[in-house]
Design a protein around this ligand. Structure first.
Ligand code: FES
Length: 172
C-alpha cells in the first residue's frame, strides 16, 4: 500500500511523521462516539424520569390572609399564614408571617415579609415610632419596608396582593 499521501515532514522535528488517521482508528473513533452519544441520550431520559418536575421553578403560591373586613385600612396587621407545597417528592407545610395594610384611599394592600433581610430575625411594627424594628442588630425599616438604619442593607420583601371574594390573598 502506498502511504505517501499520509506522511508529512515535521519541520520542527526534522522528521517524517505519519499523519494518516488509519481505517482501524477511524472505525474505533466512530464506534466510541456512537456509544457515547447513545449512553448520554439514554442517561438523560432516565434522569429526567427520576427527577420528574422537581427542578421546575414554580410560580408563587397564593395564600389567604383573611377577610378584608377584618383588615381595616389605616392599621398595620400582623398575619401568619401557612400553605401546602411540594418539595421534590414530599408534600410539606410552609409557614410565615407578614405585615399588611391598606393606605387610606387606596384599593390595594401592601404586604411585607416580617423576616428581616439581614439575618432573618422577625421584625416588629412599632406604632409609636412609626417603623418596623428588628431586635437582633437594631435594624429599622420604614412603613414601606425601606431600610432606615442598622445592619440590614435590603428592604423588607414585598408581596403582590389581590382581593378575591372579600378575602385578601398574597403571592408568596
Ligand atoms: S437580623 Fe435584623 S438587624 Fe440583623
Amino acid at each position: 500500500m502506498d502511504n505517501s499521501q499520509d506522511i508529512a515532514f515535521a519541520e520542527d522535528q526534522k522528521i517524517w511523521v505519519d499523519v494518516s488517521l488509519g481505517r482501524r482508528r477511524f472505525l474505533q473513533w466512530g464506534l466510541f462516539s456512537t456509544v457515547g452519544l447513545t449512553a448520554t441520550s439514554i442517561g438523560g431520559f432516565f434522569l429526567r424520569y427520576l427527577l420528574g418536575n422537581s427542578l421546575q421553578i414554580k410560580a408563587g403560591e397564593w395564600v389567604d390572609l383573611g377577610a378584608v373586613a377584618d383588615l381595616p385600612s389605616g392599621q398595620i396587621h400582623k398575619v401568619t399564614y401557612s400553605y401546602q407545597t411540594t418539595d421534590a417528592w414530599k408534600r410539606i407545610k410552609r409557614e410565615g408571617m407578614l405585615y399588611t395594610y391598606r393606605q387610606e384611599g387606596h384599593d390595594t394592600y401592601t404586604a411585607l415579609d416580617a423576616t428581616c433581610t439581614h439575618l432573618g430575625c422577625l421584625v416588629r411594627w412599632q406604632e409609636a415610632a412609626g417603623h418596623f424594628s428588628c431586635p437582633c442588630h437594631e435594624g429599622t425599616f420604614t412603613r414601606d419596608g425601606l431600610v432606615v438604619s442598622g445592619a440590614p442593607t435590603k428592604p423588607l420583601r414585598r408581596y403582590v396582593t389581590k382581593i378575591e371574594n372579600g378575602r385578601l390573598l398574597a403571592e408568596i
